[in-house]
Design a protein around this ligand. Structure first.
Ligand code: ZN
Length: 156
């Protein structure tokens, strides 16, 4: 079996698992940051809440409705974020962007590399440009939440 088909299988497995049983789904008591995201091309909507303790993500939860990829991406993002600093969260955003698009993200220059772990399966969306917006919606929403922007994040 080639590593390509291994990745495809892992991608499908992870997406299916997290879209059926999203982790950290619901409202967060004591949220300090929040933002909404909207991907009208697919109909994905997300509401993200974070509790920051100083510079660190203490807790994070999301609610919303969308396709399997947007839900799985938000679920995996919440798992990846707990305990991370703002800077690590920003670095993850840029690496996730690169993973999904296959393009080096020039805005990300200067951010350290962090181990993105399971998020690497999103390499699987590269073949489907419309799906990239589904996979990155939660991450755009995260950036707005951390920046204190409360207008909905769009994927455009
Ligand atoms: Zn979608």
């Amino acid at each position: 079996m080639s590593s390509d088909s291994n990745l495809r299988e892992l991608y499908q497995e992870v997406i299916l698992d997290h879209s059926k049983r999203p982790r950290n789904f619901g409202r967060l008591q004591g949220a300090t940051h929040h933002a909404d995201g909207d991907n009208p091309l697919c109909g994905d909507r997300i509401h993200l809440e974070l509790e920051m303790a100083g510079d660190r993500v203490k807790d994070v939860r999301f609610e919303g409705q969308g396709c399997a990829i947007s839900t799985a991406s938000a679920s995996l993002m919440t798992e990846a974020l707990k305990g991370r600093t703002r800077e690590e969260a920003e670095a993850l955003f840029h690496q996730m962007h690169e993973t999904c698009t296959g393009q080096p993200d020039t805005n990300g220059a200067g951010h350290g590399k962090v181990d993105i772990g399971k998020l690497a399966v999103f390499e699987g969306v590269r073949q489907y440009p419309l799906r990239v917006k589904c996979a990155t919606l939660a991450w755009h929403t995260l950036r707005n939440a951390l920046a204190g922007k409360h207008e909905p994040a769009h994927t455009e």
